[in-house]
Design a protein around this ligand. Sequence first.
Ligand code: ZN
Length: 224
Amino acid sequence: MKKLFYGVLLACLSLYTAWGQNRPRIVDRPISFGPQRVLMTQQYMKERYLIEAPLGKIAPKMVVLHWTAIPSLEASFKAFDPEQLPAYRPELGRNGLNVSAHFLVDQDGTIYQLMPEDVMARHVIGLNHLAIGIENVGGTEETPLTPLQIKANAELLKYLKKKFPEIKYLIGHHQYTDLEGTELWKEIDPGYKTTKTDPGDKFVKLVKRKTRKLRWHPLPKPKH
Ligand SMILES: [Zn+2]
């Protein structure tokens, strides 16, 4: 009897452990992040958000979904890898920090981690100090986002929510201006905005449907 009891207990424990390690396969593919990029990240937060953040650290409260509008993984990676913003995007302002995201999901659903989740990536105006960015390869007419990407985004979100319980909000990049004037918004220049359509309502809705159990909070309302 005692043996049976311990047997059942062991089975339960191993099941629990397997569940606890429910981490999707994430491939490390770090973008260049030397002292220059760290410095530009700190400067970005200081100049745009009035936040002093040693090493560019953030406490994630939100995840923003994107598409790269670039058809291949390699070309998408190359867009984020350089530390400096290429000269062809002058609309992004004076600070030379290049755009990036924490994760890049290929069309086949493979998840690549580009940088640590708790360091600021430049991917969404006004909200970079609290938002993890997930980029999805594609979004062009020839390379629409795929069901495998929806599944991978959902698995990644479940993993992130477990790792950072303070994450409450999920938005698509195209919704970011809805947060202007709320307590989450930190951009000091009201004129600094770019129009975004990625990744679209349909993609966000499908990912939200797959992550319903995470109980995403409704977005806060503007303060005035
Ligand atoms: Zn975007």
